[in-house]
Design a binder for this molecule. Structure first.
Ligand SMILES: [Zn+2]
Length: 156
């Protein structure tokens, strides 16, 4: 993207949509209940952040139609379950397929965060240090989850 000149809600929407479908497929292919629950918690947490970002972006671009906003979020909420359905259908496929799908889900999310949200947020010079502080805080919280998670899986 052209260095986040302005985050078009449409690109953000497409990126989140792509991310959700791959993530849903990866979730659907998971056959371990514990891993599935951990993933669900992670999904719920980062999707709160993603949908707030999308909401802010829609607001900044004066998308005021209640109908459009409803359709966008309603449509988005259907993509992940659809992906899960596809994933369940693919659950017999070899393990590397799940790895590829999971990588696509992770990669698209890193793209969303770095190219569509962070660049745009830090371009605005106001409250930069505060934003940076919360960026570090958020990264630390997610890293902590990862540590808790890996400890949990080692105990089995
Ligand atoms: Zn996600």
């Amino acid at each position: 993207m052209v260095c986040g000149v302005n985050v078009t809600p449409l690109i953000l929407l497409l990126a989140i949509g792509f991310h959700s479908i791959f993530e849903g497929i990866a979730l659907g292919m998971t056959d371990n209940e514990g891993i599935f629950i951990n993933l669900m918690i992670g999904v719920a947490l980062h999707h709160i952040a993603a949908t707030i970002s999308l909401g802010v972006s829609l607001g900044q671009h004066q998308v005021n139609s209640k109908k459009a906003i409803f359709l966008i979020f309603f449509g988005l909420s259907l993509i992940e379950p659809a992906g899960i359905g596809i994933g369940i259908g693919l659950s017999d496929s070899p393990e590397f397929v799940e790895s590829i799908v999971m990588s696509l889900a992770g990669g698209t999310f890193v793209y969303i965060a770095c190219s569509e949200i962070l660049v745009h947020e830090f371009e605005d010079k106001q409250h930069r240090y505060l934003k940076f502080f919360f960026f570090i805080l958020g990264s630390a919280a997610i890293t902590l989850l990862w540590f808790l998670n890996s400890q949990h899986s080692h105990s089995h």
